[in-house]
Design a protein around this ligand. Structure first.
Ligand code: NOJ
Length: 567
């Protein structure tokens, strides 16, 4: 087995193109590390873990929102775009975090949430106070209701978390919110809205932020000319750039302005779009004159299946090439059931009878985690998928805790849940709290080293998390953390040009590809071992004791590039 050298850089790491093949580690700040012991993770907590981040050989961290927020949607309801939530720290703490990470060559990406603000935002409060017809209401989307006294919403549209997409205010008008009622949609036809976001982008760029993740980047612009369509009519309108509310061509006018701001900086600030759009339209967001990169969630939506993985990779490399960008790969994030759990559930549950795959695991969650879950198998397949992903060209987005192989937490009492999805669907959808439980750093102590133990963590950590603690895993060469560290250190050395060549394996359930420098990745999706032809295995997701010469069932191996065979 190869012993990984200390972290080095991937290609382009020191250039303006650093993002092309970067490993970006997503931090959900309220659940990462709690420096002041109040039960909520904070900015100083991130700074305190810089050694840990450095040891992962990542190129960047992406922080989910840390702005002042009433937490109606885990911080994606922003009350002030240019400040830090006082419970998470101060702007000074933020600056310290940025300089500490930069000193280790780790870039900083922050989340921008432009479709909606919090209802606590000064502009929305001013809109409520100023009343119907006022200029203050123009920054959001207010309408009269229908029916004799306007008591019915303007349309029957449903919000993403369930329930109506319109909420009535005391003076009788209704406002639009595609997410929770506490998240009113902005009116992007308003010049002040446009200007204010440019100010926000400059504010964080001036503080040294290297890039931005753009929340629901495809939803900002809307054509709400009357008469508005019903929800059934809306669903039938093609999403070809002229849909009233989704993926409109004119959203790119906004991103062209943003691009001009990004290019004011050296190196230019980067952006990645969270855009749930038809695949043919992804390159519009990923073009250099738009946001420059767009998330590809296809691996996250795929089953652990050779055919699906190969198709996803082929399609997305082609899409990335079309846009001039690089692809992005994701298995887990703060919105979905963690991937070892998805892969550990019985197949029908994983496939969910044709329901959107992003809802994988909801039925299991509804059972409180008591239904069958193959924990070891899920983690085995999860680690195989991770090594497959890390071998691909393009950038890899990892979500905090996946390096510990954590499973989704199902055991959260209804009274402790936070996700608006849970409340707005009356428990039908359990939601996303189970992947947002604070990380276990130590095997003992009231909050397992997340805080100093004085206050309970804001979401409860189940007893089984102690066995997964960082302190346990870092001394165990067979742990998932050790696998991630070795893999990421090797990737930092071996990452190469953006091409990939599929090699014949003679088996439909085994994938093998080679990168331009000869680095090879072989993934065996089956339950039978797959023999190699004498190649030496540099790293195996089956662990350091996996037998040489074969790819173990449900595992991935890496074969070193020829000029690094002795590594
Ligand atoms: C996407 C974010 O990832 C999710 O967490 C959030 O709830 C919605 N956008 C609304 O901002």
């Amino acid at each position: 087995m190869t012993s990984a050298a200390p972290a080095t850089h991937s290609p382009q790491a020191d250039t303006a193109e650093w993002w092309r093949q970067a490993v970006v580690y997503q931090i959900y700040p309220r659940s990462f590390a709690d420096a002041n012991g109040d039960g909520l993770g904070d900015i100083a907590g991130v700074t305190s873990r810089v050694d840990y981040l450095d040891r992962l050989s990542i190129n960047a961290v992406w922080l989910s929102p840390f702005y002042p927020s009433e937490l109606a949607d885990g911080g994606y309801d922003v009350a002030d775009y240019r400040d830090v939530d006082p419970r998470l720290g101060t702007l000074e703490d933020f600056d310290t975090m940025v300089s500490t990470l930069h000193a280790r060559d780790i870039k900083v990406v922050v989340d921008i949430v432009p479709n909606h603000s919090s209802d606590q935002h000064a502009w929305f409060q001013a809109a409520l106070a100023a009343g119907p017809g006022s200029p203050e209401r123009e920054r959001y989307i207010f309408r009269e209701g229908k029916g004799p006294d306007g008591a019915e919403p303007p349309t029957d549209w449903i919000a993403a978390f369930g329930g109506p997409a319109w909420t009535r205010v005391p003076d009788g008008q209704w406002y639009l919110h595609h997410f929770a009622p506490e998240q009113p949609d902005f009116n992007w036809d308003h010049p002040e809205v446009r200007e204010d976001f440019l100010t926000t982008l400059r504010f964080w760029s001036d503080r040294g932020v290297d890039g931005f993740r753009i929340d629901v980047a495809h939803m900002l612009t809307k054509d709400l000319t009357e008469p508005l369509p019903s929800k059934d009519e809306l669903a039938l309108i093609p999403q070809d750039g002229n849909h009233p509310t989704l993926d409109r061509d004119d959203v790119h006018d906004i991103y062209a302005e943003w691009r001009a701001v990004f290019n004011e900086y050296d190196p230019p600030r980067t952006a990645v779009a969270e855009a749930w759009v038809d695949r043919s339209r992804v390159p519009l967001y990923a073009r250099p004159e738009s946001l420059g990169q767009s998330f590809n969630f296809d691996l996250l939506l795929a089953d652990f299946d050779a055919g699906q993985f190969r198709e996803v990779v082929t399609d997305n490399l082609e899409l990335a090439a079309r846009s001039g960008s690089s692809s992005t790969w994701v298995l887990s994030n703060h919105d979905v059931v963690r991937h070892p759990t998805r892969y550990g559930l019985p197949r029908p549950e994983r496939l969910e009878n044709g329901r959107p795959a992003e809802r994988h695991g909801q039925a299991w969650l509804r059972s409180g985690g008591t239904e069958a879950l193959d924990r070891r198998g899920g983690r085995r397949r999860g680690n195989a998928a991770t090594l497959f992903l890390l071998g691909l060209p393009g950038s890899a987005y990892l979500y905090q805790g996946e390096e510990l192989g954590l499973h989704e937490v199902a055991e959260i009492e209804p009274g402790r849940r936070q996700d608006p999805t849970f409340f707005r669907t009356e428990g039908e959808e359990i939601g996303r709290d189970g992947c947002r439980v604070p990380l276990p750093w130590r095997a003992e102590g009231a909050s397992l080293g997340f805080g100093n133990g004085h206050a309970a963590p804001h979401l409860p950590q189940p007893a089984w998390m102690a066995a997964e603690a960082v302190e346990r895993q870092e001394v165990d060469p067979a742990s998932t953390l050790s696998l991630y560290r070795r893999a990421l250190a090797l990737r930092a050395q071996w990452q190469t040009g953006e091409e990939l060549e599929w090699l014949e394996t003679g088996r439909e359930d085994v994938l093998r590809f080679r990168r331009p420098n000869g680095w090879q990745v072989v993934t065996n999706f089956s339950g039978e071992p797959y023999p190699l032809e004498g190649e030496t295995i540099a790293l195996s997701s089956a662990g350091p004791t996996a037998s040489d010469g074969v790819v173990a069932p449900e595992s991935t191996v890496w074969i070193a590039p020829p000029d690094d065979q002795g590594a």
